[in-house]
Design a protein around this ligand. Structure first.
Ligand code: UDX
Length: 436
């Protein structure tokens, strides 16, 4: 099928390349000329495992092209819109400027029978608001939220857990659902659930899923706070409750909490939208989820201060990690980078390392010292803080090796990803989060 993808950021670039990889002919459109030039040359504009390969393959075969000219979408049967919906500058709501602009710019190039499939995460009610203008061209709007995780985006797009499509309740909606079914044929053939809903449900599925995941993380971090005053170990607690299949162990990793381009802004936008709808109380707990999450960053900073005897002033601190999670170079709302910035603000001599995210981190926090080499960060440090659980820090770093480079013997494990016993046995002051 011929498809267009409007917006070639984390979501759109992956979607375009993934759709080409399953046999479609895809044109990606973005207003950012530099991004388009990079994509055309076959360069992934960000680090995402597997993306580079499918990008190169799609471009080489001629089935994947990129342009900044919206007119190129003409002739595509389905137009995906995957532009960003960041948090507004002065509040919690989602900024819909890019969605509105993309839709406005797309309209003149739509033909009767075309499908416009919104993928951006939007406040419930957005699709209904945009549908009339799309319908006036003879095209049909559907909402097809994306659930991809950074670091696994290619796999999640090609082989998702489920597909959800919100459609209008008329014949055009039924036809649109069938066309989306054809787009995702390979996944559906493998048994991936394909759910057809109304607009509001599809929009809500996405924010509800992210709200649930954020709540799960903050729940375990709240338990970590209780563990800290009672001597309990939150990692054992998580293992024990996680054995209950109704609860499950995933997303019960206590530590410095969640960040990134989705969970933080999506739960805030959800609260803001619920308030507009007169149902603020229904998701008031999300404010608490956010507050618990942000407190854990401060807690990690306090643990470093305590472990260094009450002050970090002029102490050399190696911060392992800048990305909001491993397998990503994304530092948007990164708890890792936040901890580094706070330590720096308290007078520590901070050096941050990350295998992928240093360039992005430098752009937003240029005042910090950076290296891409883990061992350079560790050299002469008084303390090491693990804030992103890359294998290089979690699995491959031994206490003896760290000791051979560092001055101090303090390790603060902001992700509870190290083996406390091994580090302690090697003579280290190991400090976890929510662990005695
Ligand atoms: C998330 C959703 O998982 C995805 O479905 C949605 O489409 C977009 O938002 P992503 O932002 O890529 O994906 O990251 P995710 O893997 O969900 O992790 C989010 C944050 O939570 C990271 O900072 C991670 O370190 C943190 N986290 C995750 C924890 O602190 N503890 C955990 O147990 C799991």
């Amino acid at each position: 099928m011929r498809l267009s993808v409007v917006g070639c950021g984390y979501l759109g670039a992956v979607h375009a390349a993934a759709m080409a990889s399953i046999g479609h002919e895809v044109v990606g459109v973005d207003v950012d000329r530099a991004k388009v030039a990079a994509l055309r040359a076959g360069h992934a504009p960000f680090f995402e495992p597997g993306l580079q390969e499918i990008l190169e393959r799609g471009i080489a075969s001629g089935s994947l092209t990129f342009t900044d000219d919206m007119a190129a979408v003409r002739g595509a049967e389905v137009h995906f819109v995957g532009v960003g919906t960041p948090q507004v500058k002065d509040g919690y709501a989602a900024d819909l400027t890019f969605v509105d602009a993309a839709m406005r710019d797309l309209l003149p190039f739509l033909s009767p029978g075309d499908i416009v499939a919104g993928k951006s995460t939007v406040p419930v009610g957005t699709a209904a608001r945009l549908a009339t203008a799309v319908k006036s061209t003879g095209a049909t709007l559907v909402w097809n939220p994306e659930f991809l995780r950074e670091g696994f985006a290619v796999q999640d797009t090609i082989d998702p857990d489920r597909l959800v499509v919100g459609v209008p309740s008329d014949d055009a909606g039924a036809r649109a659902a069938e066309i989306l079914r054809s787009v995702y044929h390979p996944a559906i053939a493998k048994g991936t659930p394909f759910m057809v809903t109304d607009y509001a449900t599809a929009e809500l599925v996405k924010v509800a899923a992210n709200a649930f995941l954020a709540t799960k993380i903050s729940f375990i971090n709240a338990m970590a706070e209780i563990a800290e005053v009672t001597g309990a170990d939150v990692t054992q607690l998580a293992d024990a409750i996680g054995h209950d299949t109704r609860i499950g162990r995933r997303f019960l990793g206590a530590g410095i909490g969640f960040g990134g381009g989705c969970l933080p802004k999506d739960i805030r936008a959800f609260s803001a939208r619920a308030e507009e709808l007169g149902r603020g109380a229904s998701v008031a707990f999300l404010r608490e989820v956010d507050a618990i999450n942000l407190r854990r960053r401060d807690r990690a900073v306090q643990l470093v201060i305590d472990a260094l005897g009450g002050s970090v002033h002029r102490k050399r601190i190696a911060v392992l990690g800048a990305a909001f999670k491993p397998h990503s170079d994304d530092v948007r709302d990164s708890p890792a980078l936040d901890v580094a910035v706070q330590l720096h603000g308290r007078g520590a001599d901070v050096i941050v390392t990350d295998p992928q995210a240093v360039e992005n981190a430098k752009k937003v926090q240029p005042q910090l010292e950076y290296t891409t080499q883990r061992d350079d960060a560790l050299r002469d440090a008084d303390a090491v803080v693990v804030v992103t659980e890359w294998d290089d820090y979690r699995r491959d770093l031994t206490p003896d090796h760290a000791a051979s480079l560092m001055v101090g013997r303090v390790v603060v494990d902001g992700r509870n990803c190290l083996d406390a016993r091994t580090w302690r046995a090697a003579g280290w002051n190991y400090v976890g989060m929510g662990r005695p």
